[in-house]
Design a binder for this molecule. Sequence first.
Ligand SMILES: Cc1cc2nc3c(=O)[nH]c(=O)nc-3n(C[C@H](O)[C@H](O)[C@H](O)COP(=O)(O)OP(=O)(O)OC[C@H]3O[C@@H](n4cnc5c(N)ncnc54)[C@H](O)[C@@H]3O)c2cc1C
Length: 434
Amino acid sequence: MSFQDTEVLIVGAGQAGVAMSEHLGQNGVPHVVLERDRIAERWRTARWDSLVANGPAWHDRFPGMEFNTDPDAFATKEQVADYFVAYAEKIAAPIHCGVEVTSVRKNIGRPGFHAETSEGTINARYVVAATGPFQQPVIPAIVPDDAGIHQIHSNSYRNPDQLPEGATLVVGAGSSGVQIADEIRESGRKVYLSVGPHDRPPRSYRGRDFVWWLGVLNKWEAAAPPQGAEHVTISVSGANGGRTVDFRDLAADGISLVGRTASYDNGIMRFAPDLSDNIANGDANYWSLLDEADAYIERNGLDLPEEPEARILGPEPECVSDPILELDLAGAGVTSIVWATGFSVDYGWLQVDAFNESGKPKHQRGVSVEPGVYFLGLPWQSRRGSSFIWGVWHDAKYLVDHIMIQRGYAHYESSAAARSAPARQLSGAAVSGS
Ligand SMILES: Cc1cc2nc3c(=O)[nH]c(=O)nc-3n(C[C@H](O)[C@H](O)[C@H](O)COP(=O)(O)OP(=O)(O)OC[C@H]3O[C@@H](n4cnc5c(N)ncnc54)[C@H](O)[C@@H]3O)c2cc1C
């Protein structure tokens, strides 16, 4: 396969790459999308079997196309992947699958970049890194590999059958950890769930899903996480038709809640004494959304049903009031650990000066400090919604606006020079081969 050099090279064809292609196409900007696997691959093979979207189908989508399902249902991961394949077809996105970009470097003495790929070299004036918010699984260095415990990241968890017999410790109580813990518990195993700081909005309140509440209350648009809450995960689930995550219910079902996983020594796992605080802070987040929703309903005179029962939370479970601080894993029959502990990024292929000392992109709303390089799909890139399906579409629009402005500058000529040169089109300015 050989490529035409192009004006914009997009690396990655998940939702971010598809959104970027749509906006570039609408503006008539020549571009190419290179994807090492398949369109929306991570939805197919980097997630567990039973995963459904966290938001209902009417919300977790691009503006230009609806899901082929009940709008209030939660699309399965395969339906999400199929949606992006269909979307790419609809917009005739110039996506080349099975092509890995191995390096991108600046051209010397002329604008643009050249990329080495598994299928040859391609030149482009602009490069968009759309390689995902969740690239490299992160497992904290707590339990040594030779501890005799089967350890996997949530990224490689598929279903309970892949785990050895015995009890499981799930570390992390964001959306992934909670759903995985519940599924393993349902399969008949004993489960310990290590709960750190989290937000836990109600699944729905007074007849509206939480995605609607976060929308009308402008919370998806928040530009930065609240001070001190940068690493607070959000616990929501669309599983089983969508239910509020309440750790009391998980405990009542038989899951033993423990605090943040702190250390491991000689078969003994230790947990921070923060479980009760973490649950209380999650509850406070829950209450605050109910309060803001009530105030919004009153302010706007909406006719939405009262839901007083949403304000009734059960008593603190015993595992919270008298928490386990140390667990002899073998004694408790724990044979596996699922680390639902998040991800980091790896931009090793993007060899430009656009990263801080920890390898994170230096950018403003996705516009890199390296002119011509853009990032798309980063967590909190411009707002809370940035790494989610509906948010990335708006960030893509912003980046394409920025590219259009830069194209204008790139094609500026002084009026005297313009008079003496034949007129040129502003568009169609693909960088020529090296
Ligand atoms: C468990 C889980 C559940 C989620 N549920 C939801 C949800 O319900 N709703 C929602 O809105 N969001 C959800 N998200 C968040 C977000 O929507 C997804 O993470 C989504 O996959 C991000 O899309 P993306 O296009 O930014 O990145 P990705 O989907 O990660 O796509 C990046 C693509 O780049 C490719 N790539 C990487 N490096 C290269 C290279 N060097 N050369 C070529 N190709 C490359 C990869 O193969 C990949 O296909 C969820 C995330 C997780 C982890």
